[in-house]
Design a protein around this ligand. Structure first.
Ligand code: COA
Length: 657
């Protein structure tokens, strides 16, 4: 297969990059692209060049698998410099995505056109690096500095229409992309020798308060270094001559590619893509997801329905009676309206999404849905009742899913005639936003139900992680385990605010006690009460959380929990400290002081031990899956890779030492 082809037609050359699946710029592609550029530069018959990507995408950037290795020639900056200094104009024809090195390639070209649906971005910071082939130097020569700062330090791709507005694109193709690129190439060829982007002046950065932006970014990035490095690189680009800025950028990029954070982020990138692969089956296709039923219009049900209608499915939302169903519809409509208000959803798309929702109270209306997801109250008796009703009305081939965060999926499956069609789907709130989906494989869950779980995740843009049946599946079980340990630390002398601060310093968005206050202490309390009869009386049990609940402190919703919220913000509360002190005295353990390192070592150790148990019991299929759950669903800092990654790393470092 030729990775780069040249087709000469009517005085123009069409260069096509063909490196499936996403046309990444691995070494062989770079080599062939440089060869193409050299050969075309010497061809007097070629007035201009159009470069495009074969398949869905233009170019998705560097080959991420190569990023941690010693770079090999030809280096991308040299390839791009050859294109930029070519004697004839090069025009990038962008379909799908132009990301990272892909956008850097497009920026080295002399003109850029894209399909209306294309997305352009420099997402390198998500991989712990910065653009390394001129991205931070060429982008602010094409778009205002503030836009360059936002695109490069945030790493989020932008839509073609936005790219056109800020000057990153010259045109959006109304019909055929290559035809549009050809027209631009011909026009540029008429204008004489092309002007390299790098020779343009940098957009002014007078309005940017670099120090303030840096301060803000430090807070937001929670220990991730790449966004700050990207900002420094842009600052250099704003002040130094282009050639100097390019060398400084490259040096920074090379230093970062071998950093611990970059290695961890690459690991998470591939772990997310490997997750859920075992759910797919070559022989058994998923059911049709164009029409999906949802039972329950509360927070979770409405969130799931929202995610589905936004993804294009028709949804039948069923509740116990018409007014409650109507309240469910109102919840969906409100969430969608909020998205429009925040500017993340267009009015037309919002209207179309709401039109895909129908609500009612009749289970019979679900009969033509190939998948039904129940999201009623987390109570086994209520869920069993729902499943027997569904079993009665749904055709035999339909798949039935329960959205549960800890209930026994096998026990639910028993209430139906065919347990092979039952699976668990643990969504996270808000369900239309959170990326993680735990797909719970029951003892008898069949291939079609599992393939449907994977297809649903794909449809909703979520990362599916397979979990077996146990109390809490992967994520909640690990969280319950380390939360218990945090409460033990309270009995031993630590304070909630100290533990939360240690977690935040480590990179978590919130500490475990603040998280509990946010979600409410009552669910875990109910769970503990339910488990009480079967609990080993000799096992250590901290009573502090129970005492808070008994005092009516159920978290933010009651104004008090582990913290006091009278002023709006979380404040440490002497009343909580009094409860803790009383329990410390009762437990009679030796009190000690805890450093942030002690706290994190204890938390990580507990996560890793519970993770090892999940693997041993066959609940989780791989250590990488556990890391994906913790990073995408439980706030574990992505740039640290995950607890299992860190355990493997420290054990291999131990071996190396
Ligand atoms: N280098 C190497 N492999 C890449 C890649 C890259 N830059 N981008 C994607 N892939 C691989 C994925 O690992 C996956 O491989 P697999 O099928 O063996 O699991 C395959 O391409 C498809 O990717 P996936 O993410 O599942 O497809 P998608 O259609 O949902 O998304 C992209 C496609 C390009 C939008 C997405 O993969 C992406 O954002 N890639 C990263 C781009 C990036 O960060 N570039 C800058 C690099 S510094």
């Amino acid at each position: 297969m030729s990775l780069v082809t040249i087709d000469r037609r009517n005085g123009l050359a069409y260069v096509t990059i063909d490196n499936p699946p996403v046309n990444s710029l691995g070494r062989s592609v770079r080599k062939n692209l440089l060869l193409a550029c050299t050969s075309l530069a010497a061809d007097k018959e070629v007035a201009a060049v159009v470069v495009s990507g074969k398949g869905r995408n233009f170019v998705a950037g560097a080959d991420i698998g190569e990023l941690g290795q010693t770079p090999s020639e030809p280096f991308l900056p040299d390839v791009l410099s050859a294109i930029e200094n070519a004697p004839m104009p090069w025009v990038a024809a962008i379909s799908g995505v132009a990301l990272g090195g892909g956008l850097e390639l497009a920026m080295a070209c002399h003109g850029r056109v894209a399909d209306r649906g294309a997305r352009l971005g420099l997402p390198e910071v998500n991989l712990g690096v910065i653009p390394g082939a001129g991205g931070t130097v060429r982008l602010p020569r094409l778009v205002p500095m503030a836009d360059a700062v936002s695109m490069i330090t945030g790493g989020k791709p932008i839509a073609a229409t936005h790219a056109l507005d800020i000057g990153l694109l010259d045109r959006i193709a109304q019909a055929d992309l290559i035809r549009c690129a050809t027209a631009l190439a011909q026009e540029l060829a008429q204008k004489g020798p092309p002007v390299p982007t790098i020779t343009r002046p940098c957009h002014s950065s007078d309005k940017i308060d670099w120090e303030a932006v840096e301060k803000q970014m430090k807070q937001k990035s929670r220990g991730a270094v790449a966004p700050l490095e990207a900002l420094s690189s842009l600052h250099t680009a704003a002040q130094a001559p282009a050639s100097e800025a390019l060398s400084a950028e490259r040096a920074r990029f090379l230093r970062l590619t071998t950093s611990e954070q970059a290695a961890a982020l690459r690991y998470v990138f591939f772990a997310e893509r490997a997750a859920g692969k075992s759910l797919r089956s070559h022989d058994t296709p998923p059911v049709d997801l164009r029409q999906v039923g949802v039972i329950g219009g509360g927070t979770m049900g409405a969130g799931i329905a929202t995610a589905l209608v936004l993804a294009g499915s028709q949804v039948r939302l069923v509740e116990r009676d018409a007014p409650v169903a109507e309240a469910g519809r109102a919840r969906v409509a409100q969430t969608i309206a909020d998205s429009v208000k925040r500017g993340v959803l267009a009015q037309g798309a919002a209207k179309a999404a709401i039109a895909r929702l129908s609500t009612g109270s009749d289970y019979a209306a679900l009969a033509d849905c190939a998948l039904v997801i129940e999201a009623v109250f987390e109570d086994m008796a209520v869920k069993r009742q729902v499943f027997s009703r569904l079993d009665a009305v749904m055709p035999a081939e339909a798949v039935l899913a329960t959205n549960t965060s800890y209930l026994d999926v096998d026990a639910l499956a028993e209430t139906t005639r065919d347990p092979a069609r039952i699976l668990g789907l643990h969504f996270f709130s808000p369900a239309h936003v959170m990326k993680l989906l735990e797909v719970v494989r029951g003892r008898e869950t069949g291939a079609r139900a599992l393939a449907t779980g994977a297809a649903l995740a794909r449809l909703l843009g979520k990362v599916p992680v397979v979990a077996g049946v146990c109390d809490g599946f992967i994520g909640n079980r690990i969280m319950a385990a380390y939360r218990r340990d945090c409460e033990f630390m309270l009995e031993e002398g630590a304070l909630p605010q100290q533990i939360d601060a240690a977690m935040q310093d480590y990179g978590f968005a919130m500490g475990i006690f603040a998280v509990q206050d946010l979600s409410g202490l009552d669910i875990a309390w109910a769970q503990r009460k339910a488990q009480a009869p079967s609990r080993d009386p000799s096992a250590r049990y901290a009573r502090i959380a129970d005492q808070l609940c008994e005092a009516g402190r159920l978290g933010r919703k009651t104004g008090q929990g582990w913290y006091d919220y009278a002023s709006g913000a979380a404040k440490s509360d002497p009343a909580v400290e009094a409860i803790i002190q009383a329990e410390q005295a009762r437990a009679g353990r030796k009190l000690r002081s805890f450093s942030a390192e002690d706290i994190m070592a204890r938390i990580l150790g507990r996560m890793q031990a519970e993770g090892a148990a999940l693997l041993q019991e066959g609940i989780s299929e791989s250590a990488a899956d556990i890391d994906v759950v913790m990073v995408t669903g439980y706030g574990f800092p992505r740039h640290k890779g995950g607890p299992m990654y860190l355990a493997a790393k420290s054990s291999s470092e131990g071996k190396d030492a």
